[in-house]
Design a binder for this molecule. Structure first.
Ligand code: FA5
Ligand code: MG
Length: 449
């Protein structure tokens, strides 16, 4: 019983990512070759890719008010545990740190799980006056160990946005905040797509930081919320424009959104925004007023600075707006996908014929004395993903039971193999399945039923 994921197929003691070598270690390394192969694709920089189109549209809109944001779009995905977690005040036992959720390269380095990992570095660029704009946007691929299905992929994209004000002795920053907020408000009022907002700005359970005055908290929160709302109304406006062109929209457009209290270790207060879209609330973005501790780590004098930050997921938003039915399509090389999109436009995806899929089950007994909890579903997913890569459409635990007499525990997983780019042969699928079974036995000592 090894009980942990090792480097499938990566036998050496080093891991090479984006041209650099890192030492692997037995205890923490869980990044696999299939994940490493996805680094460096930079979908967010492709001008005609849905993720790139959204990234560019948001950057342009946010800078159209007072040109306050510098873009950082080329940060590499390998970051330190310090940058991803410690510098942001994640407690040592935070679940996000666990190996079942995060790809570790070794005990000090990992594949970033969010773009917030670069906040401290960008704040310190402003502090050292290497960067004169008072804000920044960071877009990048982020990595999380997760299940496999149409809406989940181990890599997705986020955009981080931050805006900073130095507190002036004469309260100049209050002036600046008010002016900038007024611009945002008037731009929002001019958007064709009106946002109807349900706001939760009660401080109960979502306290502000003591060093800020009430007026600062109020202005900074409003500035943050209006900035995010402007982004949302802009991209939905692009969608509605395209629906009007395509003749699928006749109603006047109004967009229902709500702000909900949230918790992030490095912001207080914190919120999430959700959008009502086709009968469901969709979470788009987490945000808040940056904790003073983070700003101090970036070099700012205590109490000298205030800032807001948001982190927006680009892929789900892109799926929804471009009506893309399977998240793997973002990674396809198929021309029929890429030919459909144009810079600056949110057109509806026209599905092309899908290659047929093929389903296989694997059922096994757990080793004696082991519980269902001992095999993490994400670990099974990882094995399948590492063997089959993008040829796996989804993996599902379809059955589990305990044999009453023998007290043996059984699980059955159903794997659906399907390619976005070609037909899979039966024998090819059989080979993949054989390898999955072999690795399940190796890794977990299971007994195939
Ligand atoms: C974060 O990652 C925070 N870094 C956001 C943040 C930044 C908060 C700055 C405060 C200040 P969260 O895990 O909720 O938070 O992810 C942020 C957004 O990324 C979500 O709202 C969602 O749109 C997107 N997202 C999260 N998980 C996934 C996933 N598995 N697949 C696709 N998109 C996802
Ligand atoms: Mg969230």
């Amino acid at each position: 019983w090894k009980g942990s994921i090792r480097l499938y197929g990566v036998t050496s003691k080093t891991v090479k990512i984006c041209g650099k070598c890192y030492g692997a270690d037995d205890k923490m390394t869980n990044v696999t070759q299939s994940i490493i192969d996805l680094t460096g694709r930079s979908l967010h920089l492709q001008k005609c890719h849905p993720v790139g189109i959204l990234r560019e549209a948001i950057e342009t809109r946010l800078n159209s008010t007072d040109n306050a944001f510098k873009s950082y779009n080329k940060f590499e995905p390998v970051v330190s545990v310090y940058d991803n977690f410690d510098s942001l005040g994640f407690p040592i036992n935070h679940p996000g740190r666990s190996k079942s959720d995060t790809y570790y390269i070794n005990s000090d380095t990992l594949l970033r799980t969010h773009t917030s990992a670069h906040e401290t570095e960008c704040f310190s660029q402003i502090h050292q006056a290497k960067e004169t704009k008072p804000g920044f946007l960071i877009s990048a691929d982020v990595y999380r160990r997760d299940e496999i299905d149409r809406t989940h992929y181990p890599v997705f994209h986020q955009m981080e946005g931050c805006r900073v004000w130095k507190r002036g002795l004469q309260n100049e920053h209050i002036d600046q905040l008010q002016k900038s907020l007024a611009i945002l408000q008037s731009q929002l009022a001019q958007q064709k797509t009106k946002i109807v907002i349900e706001d939760d700005d009660s401080i109960e359970g979502n306290p502000a930081q003591a060093y800020m005055s009430d007026i600062e908290v109020n202005l900074c929160s409003q500035h943050l919320k209006r900035s995010v709302e402007l982004v949302i109304s802009e991209i939905f406006e692009k969608k509605l424009e395209s629906m009007r062109r395509e003749g699928t929209l006749k109603l006047p457009s109004e967009l229902k959104c709500r702000w909900i209290k949230a918790y992030f270790p490095w912001t207080a207060p914190s919120w999430e925004i959700e959008v009502w879209w086709q009968g469901d609330w969709l979470e788009l973005c987490g945000c808040g007023i940056v904790q003073q501790e983070v700003l101090k780590r970036a070099g700012f004098e205590p109490n000298s600075t205030i800032s807001w930050a948001f982190g927006l997921g680009l892929d789900r938003l892109a799926m929804l707006l471009f009506e893309i039915p399977d998240i793997r399509l973002f990674w396809t090389q198929d021309e029929r996908f890429h030919n459909q999109f144009q810079r600056g436009v949110i057109d509806t995806f026209r599905p092309y014929s899908k290659y047929p899929g093929s389903t296989r089950d694997v059922a096994f007994w757990l080793p004696p004395g082991k519980n269902f909890d001992d095999i993490h579903t994400n670990d099974v997913m990882e094995i399948v993903r590492n063997v089959a890569g993008d040829l796996v459409e989804n993996v599902k635990l379809v059955d589990q039971f305990t044999h009453p007499k023998k007290d043996k525990k059984s699980q059955c997983y159903r794997i659906n193999y399907q390619s976005m780019d070609r037909n899979l042969t039966n024998s090819e699928v059989n080979e993949l399945q054989k390898e999955v079974v072999k690795q399940l036995i190796n890794e977990f000592d299971v007994e195939i039923r």
